[in-house]
Design a protein around this ligand. Structure first.
Ligand code: SF4
Length: 299
C-alpha cells in the first residue's frame, strides 16, 4: 500500500505497470455507454468539453471537505469544522478550474455554498467521523482483469476493521434512487468491490452508498458470485464499446436523461450532426480517463 497523501494514492494491479492495457473502463464511462453510446462517444472519444454545472461542482466541493476532514484529530471532526473547510476548498477548486468561478453571481454563490454546507451537515446525521479512521480516502484504483480489461476508478473511502473486513464507502450529493431503481448505483459499488477484490484478494464485506441529498444510506453485502457477474457484465460492455469503436456506429439512445445532456445540438435525435470522428480513434484503442468529477457523479 503506497504511503502518499490520499489524493496521490494509486493502488495498481502489478501487471498494469509493464504495458498499458488496450481497454479500460471506469464506472462513469460504463454508465455513459449504458445510457447512450453516442454520449459515451462525445465524452470519451471526441472529448468534447461540457460547461461546468453547479450540482457537479457542489459534489466535488462536498467530497473534498469530507475527505480533508479526516486530516483533523478525531475529536475535532465536527460539522462546524467540516463546513469551515468549504471556503478554502472552493477557492482551491476555482484556482484549478477557473471557469467554475463564472457560474455564479455573488448572491447565487452564497446560496450555493449554503446548500453545500447543508449537505455536509446532513452527513453527520448518517456517520460519525470521530469514530472512523479510514484506511484510504479518494483511493484511485487500477485493477487489471485476466482478460486485459483495466478497471479504473476513485473510491471515496475504504474502511478496514481490525479483523480485516473491508468496507467501501461512496458519497452521493444527490438524492437516493427510488425503490427498485438502486441497480445503477449498486452496479458502481460492485465495480469498486470487484477492483478491490482483484487488487487485494479480499471481497469487501460491505458496500455503502451515502446519499447526502436525502439522508439515505444504501448497503450491500456483495458475494463472490455477485462480483463474478459484474465482471462478466463489464467484459460484455467493454466488447460492445470496442465494436462501436471499430464500426464507428455510436448510436444515440434517447431517454429522459437527454434533458441533462450537454450535446443535444450535435445529436441526431435532436436534429444535430455529430462531428467527424478524430483520426486517432481509427488507429488507437480508446483509453478512458478517470475524471475528478467522477467522484461527484460517482456523486
Ligand atoms: S441528447 Fe440523448 S440521445 Fe443524444 S447524445 Fe445526448 S444522451 Fe444521447
Amino acid at each position: 500500500m503506497p504511503t502518499e497523501t490520499p489524493e496521490q494514492t494509486v493502488e495498481q494491479a502489478p501487471a498494469q505497470t509493464a504495458e498499458k492495457p488496450a481497454r479500460s473502463l471506469s464506472p462513469s464511462r460504463a454508465s455513459d455507454f449504458q445510457q447512450c453510446p453516442l454520449l459515451y462517444r462525445f465524452r470519451t472519444v471526441d472529448r468534447l468539453p461540457e460547461p461546468p454545472s453547479p450540482a457537479a461542482a457542489r459534489g466535488t466541493l462536498v467530497h473534498a471537505a469530507l475527505e480533508r476532514l479526516f486530516d483533523l484529530p478525531a475529536a475535532e471532526r465536527t460539522a462546524r469544522a467540516a463546513q469551515g473547510l468549504l471556503p478554502g476548498q472552493w477557492a482551491r477548486l476555482q484556482e484549478e478550474e477557473p471557469e467554475l468561478a463564472q457560474m455564479f453571481s455573488g448572491e447565487e454563490e452564497r446560496e450555493w455554498l449554503a446548500s453545500a454546507a447543508a449537505l455536509v451537515s446532513r452527513w453527520f446525521t448518517l456517520e460519525d467521523p470521530t469514530r472512523l479512521e479510514p484506511a484510504e480516502r479518494e483511493l484511485r484504483v487500477e485493477a487489471l482483469l485476466e482478460s486485459g480489461l483495466l478497471l479504473r476508478g476513485i473510491i471515496d473511502r475504504v474502511d478496514v476493521a481490525p479483523n480485516g473486513m473491508v468496507r467501501v464507502v461512496d458519497y452521493k450529493t444527490g438524492r437516493s434512487p427510488g425503490e427498485g431503481f438502486e441497480g445503477k448505483a449498486l452496479f458502481q459499488m460492485r465495480f469498486y468491490a470487484l477492483a478491490v477484490w482483484r487488487l487485494r484478494g479480499v471481497v469487501p464485506a460491505l458496500l455503502q452508498l451515502v446519499y447526502l441529498g436525502d439522508g439515505v444510506v444504501l448497503r450491500l453485502e456483495p458475494t463472490e458470485a455477485d462480483l463474478l457477474a459484474t465482471e462478466r457484465k463489464l467484459e460484455a460492455l467493454s466488447e460492445a464499446v470496442e465494436r462501436a469503436r471499430r464500426s464507428g456506429d455510436w448510436r444515440p439512445r434517447r431517454s429522459k436523461l437527454c434533458g441533462w445532456c450537454a450535446h443535444q445540438a450535435l445529436c441526431p435525435e435532436f436534429g444535430g450532426t455529430p462531428p467527424p470522428l478524430p483520426d486517432r480513434v481509427q488507429q488507437a484503442p480508446v483509453q478512458l480517463p478517470v475524471e475528478p468529477a467522477e467522484v461527484a457523479a460517482i456523486g
